[in-house]
Design a protein around this ligand. Sequence first.
Ligand code: SF4
Length: 154
Amino acid sequence: MLELRPHHILDIVRNVGNGRAIAPHEYGHNLHLVTESIVANVDQPCALVGRNDDICGPCAMLSADRSCRDVLRQLAEPVSKQDYNDALDRRIFCYLSLEPGAVLSVRAFLELARADIDGIVRICTHPKEDPESRKRGLILGMAKLGILASDAPP
Ligand code: SF4
C-alpha cells in the first residue's frame, strides 16, 4: 500500500493536469513511479502520512534519519523543506479533517479535496507558484483521473 504525504498527491495531480512529463528526477526520488501508479489505479488504498514517504525513499536528499535535508531557496529566507513540508501537510490534514495515518483510496482523498478546490489551492500553493496554474492543473488532473467531469471549467 502506498504511504504518501497529502501534498505530494496534490502535486502529482497538478502535474498530471498541467501535462508535466513523467520522468525520473535528478534527485532520484520516486515521484515518477508513484505518479504512474496513481494514474494507473486511482482507486488503490493509501496511508496519508505527515512524514517522509514512498516518494522520498531513494531520494538523494533523504538523510539516514529519514529527514529531508533539502532547502526551499525560492524564499527570501531559505527554509528547510522538512519543516515546510511538515507544516504544509499539517494544514491539509486539519483543513480536510483527517488524521495522519488515515487510510483511504487516492480517489476518496481527491474527492475530499475536490469539494473545495479554491481552499486547497490557497493552502497548498508553493512559494513563487502561480495559484491559477495550480488550480488549473488540479482541475484538469482530477478530470484525467475521473474525479471531476472532463468538461469542468479550468
Ligand atoms: S521531500 Fe525531500 S527527501 Fe522527499 S522527495 Fe522531496 S527532496 Fe527528496
